[in-house]
Design a protein around this ligand. Structure first.
Ligand code: FAD
Ligand code: SF4
Length: 468
């Protein structure tokens, strides 16, 4: 409970300090510096404990936000960490990468007039601090069962499912084709948002809970799904969405045009010290097409590679951008130019076929589409070209081919995602009784926190089915 209910008037919202811009333009380290104890306590105390915690409802894992803010304010870090892990398997990650402005903080009662409580930064502070203090999940009351579940995919959905299963005495074995856990947390989201040491720390915690990781193991190639079904009581599919959406315009396969994820992965592997080749935009004019989190990560990576110029082009206006407003602001501060209402229509190439630019048509926003978003409409005769040595396509992702699931009777949706959900007989059960699914492969490319929510719900579904 806040000691002074008017604290939010006296104490303004203050975000953690950012690294100096000079460092941000060159280094792949998190830009937000850790909160000091006094700052975290003061900011946590701004919570009104308003009795209608909209923040909690807007948070996809329904964190007990006012309660752990109160504990943080009292300096009860271990208690706060215990409480925050009751609803969230990766709070230190969500504190760093959730688009809080659209979720918990956007719903905070103080948001409009006084500035929302810095919920995300305090969530990060609690977990980081608890780890520093040597906190580990206490599983001493857990009664082991003889049940064993295979999880395919060590991204946030798979890790969250494993976490809940382990806390209920079920052996979780996580398979991933990559050499490290994390999925897009490791090979996707850049280190300036989420340093890789955060995932390594979490791996240590999860292994300490008895979760087993079998890495460099691709299901379907190195081990068959049928083997996993035969050897386990259930299998959770959390394979993510990795097929790039294309623009469908001329020359999009020309040399000098890159897909976002291979670009980001090559850079992350390089900074992790295990890359053969890095896609490097040093001294190049770079244009990134798209307006989501992936596009922001690409522009900010290019800035740190010392590109000559970096432009982000998006077909709607700034207000309609799907990415986090905080990350757009960070990109602007780091020197990214934005072009709004610009629909790409062709990649321009020279006689050698090499990319030289992108031609756009200007757009204006028309009637809303089926999702309520206003459709961009081309303005006739408004074409213009931006020069570019490198173009990155960041239009989003859809699932890779899932035909390998057909022999198992797993039904897909018209969008080629796996059909499963809260209303399955057991939460997130597919049309095969032993197979469950969650995360991006069920809801389509979305967020870390929604993948965590589905991984946790699927674990509950598995526990119900196994009567644990
Ligand atoms: P993934 O994280 O994709 O993990 C799937 C895992 O399955 C991978 O490790 C893969 O190797 C493994 N796998 C797949 N097939 C097999 C197989 N056959 N055998 C073994 N293993 C397999 N969200 C946010 O909330 N905030 C952000 O700032 C943010 N930034 C993003 C930036 C980028 C560049 C991208 C691409 C996404 C971003 N997202 C962000 C979205 C977020 O990362 C995803 O929604 C989330 O990671 C999905 O989790 P998942 O567990 O479903 O899948
Ligand atoms: Fe906010 Fe995300 Fe934490 Fe929920 S998990 S409280 S949405 S930062």
């Amino acid at each position: 409970m806040a000691q002074n209910v008017y604290q939010f008037v006296d104490v303004q919202r203050i975000d953690p300090k950012k690294q100096p811009i000079k460092i941000r333009k060159t280094d792949f380290i998190e830009i937000y510096q850790p909160m000091q104890d006094s700052q975290a306590q003061g900011q946590a105390d701004r919570c009104l404990d308003c009795g209608n915690p909209y923040c909690e409802w807007k948070c996809p894992v329904h964190n007990y936000i006012p309660q752990w803010l109160a504990l943080a304010n009292q300096g009860k870090i271990i208690e706060a960490a215990e409480l925050s892990h009751q609803t969230n398997s990766l709070p230190e990650v969500c504190g760093r990468v959730c688009p809080q402005d659209r979720l918990c903080e956007g719903a905070c009662t103080l948001n409009e007039d006084f500035g929302a409580v810095t919920i995300g930064s305090i969530e990060k502070y609690i977990t980081d601090k608890a780890f520093e203090m040597g906190w580990r999940p206490d599983l001493s009351d857990v009664v082991p069962t003889d049940k064993k579940v295979a999880i395919i995919g060590a991204g946030p959905a798979g890790l969250a499912c494993a976490d809940v299963l382990a806390r209920n005495g079920v052996q979780a074995v996580v398979y991933d084709k990559y050499d490290e856990i994390g999925g897009l947390l490791t090979y996707g989201i850049p280190a300036f948002k989420l340093e890789k040491s955060v995932i390594l720390k979490r791996r240590e915690i999860l292994e300490g809970m008895g979760i087993e990781f079998r890495l460099n193991m691709e299901v379907g190639k190195d081990i068959q799904l049928q083997t996993l079904i035969d050897e386990h009581d259930a299998v959770f599919l959390a394979v993510g969405t990795y097929q790039y959406l294309k623009g469908g315009f001329p020359n999009e396969n020309a040399p000098g045009v890159y897909e976002a994820l291979p670009y980001l992965i090559s850079n992350t592997k390089y900074i992790m010290g295990n890359a053969d080749e890095r896609i490097d935009f040093d001294s190049q004019k770079v244009v990134v097409l798209g307006g989501g989190d992936t596009a922001m990560d690409c522009v900010r990576t290019a800035i740190r590679q010392d590109a000559a110029s970096v432009t982000c082009a998006y077909r709607r206006d700034e207000e309609s951008m799907p990415g986090s407003a905080r990350e757009v602001q960070n990109a602007k501060e780091e020197g990214v130019e934005f072009v709004w209402n610009a629909q790409p229509v062709a990649i321009e190439v020279n006689d050698a076929g090499q990319t030289t630019g992108v031609t756009f048509v200007k757009t204006q926003l028309g009637a809303p589409d089926e999702n309520g978003r206003r459709r961009p409409e081309a303005v006739a005769g408004s074409e213009y070209t931006l020069a570019a040595d490198a173009v990155v396509m960041a239009f989003g992702f859809k699932p890779l081919n899932l035909d390998w699931l057909t022999p198992f009777g797993v039904e897909l949706t018209p969008w080629n995602t796996i059909k499963a959900g809260k209303d399955s007989q057991f939460a997130y059960q597919t049309t095969h009784p032993k197979l469950f699914a969650g995360g991006d492969i069920v809801r389509g490319a979305d967020l870390v926190v929604t993948a965590i929510a589905e991984g946790r719900d699927a674990a509950e579904g598995i526990l119900d089915m196994l009567e644990v």
